[in-house]
Design a protein around this ligand. Sequence first.
Ligand code: FAD
Length: 421
Amino acid sequence: MKVNNIIIVGGGTSGWMTATTFIRLFPKKKITLIESPNIKTVGVGESTIVQFRQWLSLVRIKDEDFMKHCDASYKFTIRFTNFNKIDSGRVEYPFSKPEPIDDNRLNLWYFKKILHPETPNTDYADSFYPIMAMVNNNKVYKGKELGNFNFKTDTAFQFDATKFGLWLRDNICLPKVNHIKSNVKDIKINDEGIESLSLDNGDVIIGDLFIDCTGFKSLLLGKAMGEEFISYNDIIPNNKAWATHVNYTNKKKQLIGVTNATALKNGWVWNIPLWSKIGTGYVYSDKYTTDKKALVEFKKHLKKQKFNITEHSFINIKMRIGIHRKLFVKNVVAIGLSAGFIEPLESNGLYTVHEFLSYLTRMFERDNISQWDRDVYNYACRNTFNNWAEFVSMHYALGERDDTEYWRDNLNRNYDKEIYD
Ligand code: FAD
């Protein structure tokens, strides 16, 4: 298959990241992005991981180019609070390698913990990750090296993903990308995959490759091509979220380079300090609580932290948890939520977008895309996704919380499902 004319459907963060990647790496290809004028983007997605920097460097974007336009702050660590037991405190997961990388010394810490169980869990990160000294004092370290920490490779960003998509649109994609604001209302299929898209405005769009960035709808890959969806609901408990923003009450203390995940009765709450406000949301399972009760629990949590919440609006999101069996079928490939989603813990949503884009664009270095390319791509994406899903599921499986049915079921869940079939 020769690909010169690429059609992207969806103007969320994944749509504009896809357009940016192709514009930067293959400027001679013709790119069209079709976006609905009335279907909203998912409107969340604020915490990235360090691999995001590799994508920024691939598409030649510097920190100072986008940060102030996207409400961004730096992120050095992910903090897990009360995942082990109620009031068990926090565990830090800083980026970078431990210092020194010496198994014996790391093992000695476990002996310390066994002999002195009162040693706080935070002592591990404080002992082996020098960057924690900066994090604990709320400082941003931009020097070259601090032990094994390197600012250029070991930081990520907390930002407004919607603003980031729009920034990419306005600063990199337009006017090179043909941008059409209209709804895809009909999709014609033939033996090669998608033959054409019919739009609300009367246009009929043909192309060589169709990239589905339509979010949880998965309009092209899921609906039109009928590609099977494999749910992760038996290893990942959550399927809903309430999301909002709160204002800083003490910005000096609260604007930190830390994405915090706090376990509650039926899930966990994210706290992501952006430059001007804090992004927060409750990820839960509607098998164990109702949306109404979850909102009450979430508001109670925010009030406990003295956030003023009355004037804020809360959005409720249904998450489709799992991945399509194949992400590249005939001339259709899905990127972003349309491909799949695990849940926000460990900030893996945008990670799959840029990681899969880097796999995808590698095959465009050759002129012709073959079935072998598709098979390798599908294998690589599924493998990456499944590994992440298992990693995320461990956060629930390895805790000791048994205070609610939700947590007891996490402890007793059967984790031997074969997700590689
Ligand atoms: P969307 O934003 O849903 O965009 C879909 C696009 O398709 C829209 O432009 C829509 O108009 C268009 N569309 C739909 N139907 C049609 C049609 N018929 N015709 C034309 N256009 C159409 N990721 C992270 O990396 N970090 C996080 O902290 C994080 N937190 C998250 C929290 C939650 C609760 C959720 C649900 C997700 C989170 N994510 C996170 C994932 C992240 O939000 C997404 O990966 C990212 O926003 C990309 O979304 P998208 O572009 O794939 O889909």
